[in-house]
Ligand binder design. Structure first.
Ligand code: PMP
Length: 429
């Protein structure tokens, strides 16, 4: 099809067409509306994780790819009864629109949940969102103009990178090591960016049980990161969906607890309860929170009432923290299985040892390319996510993310064994 976008370089379309051309010519043939898209839409593409889902979900494939929490242990009978009672007792409220900021009773409970992260907040400063993913979107929407810089860990959560791309941010990665983000590297990067005249809007960081790196920011580094950002007048966006899922220790103080004014904190019930309710939140300095509510109202009017009141009832009428503890025990067993299998089958590689969460970050033996190897792995009935998904700048070929959250320990062992076969064949070991 000969869409108008094919005529690159003509008049008012030229800027858009340049973006379209950069995004690849295939779209012009398949999509008659290609030249009508906003510039930002040209940068949108399916993440490597998303396009993997179809194959990875085949039962014969051991998927070490997805980050889906394992919700098998949830009390389904209790939840069924709870839902029926909620509708019977509070139907007109549950089925109605709610306020844009979210239900006050839930915001009060969220304040209690955040005490585990050493955060002392007021319910007025909390906004309930459609998962923390929507909070990522809202924060980026209110802060980022095209061409602004977002500083993020190397590597970073793929879903956050997708949001930053959608708002045409330039992502600048900062190195991590086994203790998380490296303060000296952050300071150096922010200084260089300032010298280059760039506008940095925020630092995006996942301090606990990082997705995908599996590392945790050390206690010692936490105040350093906050101090560096304060000195450079850069907001911190602290994303903490896994904070309560530490295997051996209670959560360390969040960055938010160290600098209330300089940090927007994101939380979620997706990993500590269930992702299907789509309930997360942001805790932000008062003026920022007001903007977030306006942006959220424009996007969705109000967050899900069914989801919010279900989560609220669960928190008040079930031993939710006992459930968190049983999740921890289950994920710890799976982490152990993953670590043992890597040691047994893939000693040529190196990997992080996560103290919580869902992921380990594996460095392949010299010369191997995780992205190129993936089709061979899937043929050998194992899936992972190539490290390239977690960078905005094409790095990551030498790494892969392995998730231990979903498969059983036996399947994890079998998956790593299959993966090791592929690596060996590839590396000619
Ligand atoms: N941040 C991180 C680091 C995540 O891993 C995820 C989910 N994979 C999210 C945010 C979004 O979670 P949700 O929208 O379900 O709260």
């Amino acid at each position: 099809m000969n869409a108008p976008g094919a005529q690159a370089g003509h008049g008012e379309h030229s800027r858009r067409d340049a973006a379209a051309a950069a995004a690849g010519a295939a779209g012009t043939r398949l999509d008659p509306w290609f030249s009508s898209y906003a510039e930002r839409a040209h940068g949108m593409r399916a993440s490597e994780v998303r396009s993997l889902f179809a194959v990875a979900n085949r039962p014969e494939v051991v998927s070490l790819a997805g980050g889906m929490p394992n919700i098998d242990g949830l009390p389904l009978d209790f939840l069924a009864e709870m839902t029926a009672k909620l509708l019977r007792d509070r139907g007109p409220k549950v089925l109605q629109y709610g306020g844009g900021q979210g239900e006050e009773e839930l915001r009060e409970q969220i304040v209690d949940v955040m005490r585990y992260d050493h955060v002392h907040a007021h319910p007025d400063d909390v906004i309930v969102t459609t998962g923390s993913q929507q909070a990522l979107d809202l924060v980026t929407e209110i802060f980022v103009d095209p061409g602004d810089v977002v500083v993020a860990e190397a590597p970073s959560y793929v879903g956050a990178l997708g949001v930053f791309r959608a708002y045409q941010a330039d992502v600048v990665h900062v190195a991590m090591d086994d203790d998380g983000l490296v303060p000296e590297e952050l300071d150096r990067t922010l200084t260089e960016l300032k010298r280059a005249g760039r506008t940095v809007k925020f630092l995006y960081t996942v301090p606990n049980y990082h997705n995908p790196a599996g590392v945790t920011l050390s206690l010692e580094r936490r105040p350093q990161i906050v101090e560096i950002c304060r000195r450079h007048h850069v907001l911190v966006l602290e994303d903490n969906p896994y904070g309560l899922l530490g295997f051996d220790a209670d959560p360390m103080p969040s960055l938010k607890s160290l600098d209330d004014d300089g940090v927007v904190y994101l939380g979620s019930f997706s990993k500590t309860f269930a992702p299907g309710y789509r309930v997360g939140w942001a805790l932000a300095p008062h003026a920022v929170r007001e903007k977030l509510v306006l942006a959220s109202e424009a996007a969705i009017l109000s967050p899900t009432m069914m989801g919010q009141l279900s989560v609220s009832t669960y928190l008040s009428s079930y031993d939710w923290y006992g459930q968190v503890k049983s999740y921890r025990a289950m994920y710890r067993e799976r982490r152990d299985a993953m670590m043992a299998a890597l040691g047994e089958f893939l000693p040529e590689a190196s990997w992080t040892v996560p103290e919580g969460g869902f992921y380990t970050w594996v460095k392949l033996p010299e010369g191997l390319d995780a992205q190129a190897m993936l089709p061979r792995a899937v043929t050998n009935l194992v899936a992972y996510v190539s490290g390239t998904a977690f960078y905005a700048d094409g790095q990551g070929h030498d790494h892969m993310r392995l998730s231990f959250c979903y498969p059983t320990p036996e399947r994890i062992r079998e998956g790593v064994r299959r993966l090791a076969d592929v690596v060996r064949a590839e590396a000619d070991l």
